[in-house]
Write a protein that binds this ligand. Structure first.
Ligand code: HEC
Length: 107
């Protein structure tokens, strides 16, 4: 299961790069939260709707819950296999933007 996730993440790294490039061309039309969230799609599904995977969907979760989870992963308060490392890469402001964006998506 974990292996599958890691492989999926590796495979989609190229796609994420392409999305980032498209985002640069799109300019200000793409909200910052959406840009940051592109990185999460490999494991959590497009727009955080992880249908058919073992991960809980991020889309539509309360903003507070998402932000709290990310802060707890970052601090190590919440045990995780992958999210500890990932969450460390984001500032408090970026965690806010990610939580706001995912909370606004349809599950
Ligand atoms: C390589 C795969 C991977 C990527 C990329 C990834 N996640 Fe996760 N995420 C996981 C896994 C696996 C879990 C379950 C906890 C754990 O073991 O790490 C998880 C759990 C979570 C949870 C807790 C969900 C819940 O309801 O309990 C949140 C919130 C979350 N991730 C947010 C994010 C955000 C935001 C990003 C992008 C910045 C992201 N994740 C990128 C694999 C990933």
């Amino acid at each position: 299961m974990l292996k599958t996730i890691l492989i999926a993440a590796a495979l989609s790294a190229g796609a994420t790069g392409a999305m980032a490039a498209a985002g640069a061309e799109g300019g200000a039309m793409i909200p910052q939260g959406a840009r940051l969230a592109a990185t999460c799609a490999a494991c959590h599904g497009t727009n955080g709707a992880s249908i058919g995977t073992a991960l809980p969907p991020l889309a539509g979760q309360p903003k507070q819950a998402l932000a709290a989870a990310l802060h707890d992963f970052k601090s190590g308060k919440r045990q995780a296999t992958i999210m500890t490392q990932i969450a460390k890469g984001y500032t408090d402001q970026q965690i806010e933007q990610l939580a706001t964006w995912f909370a606004a998506q349809k599950p």
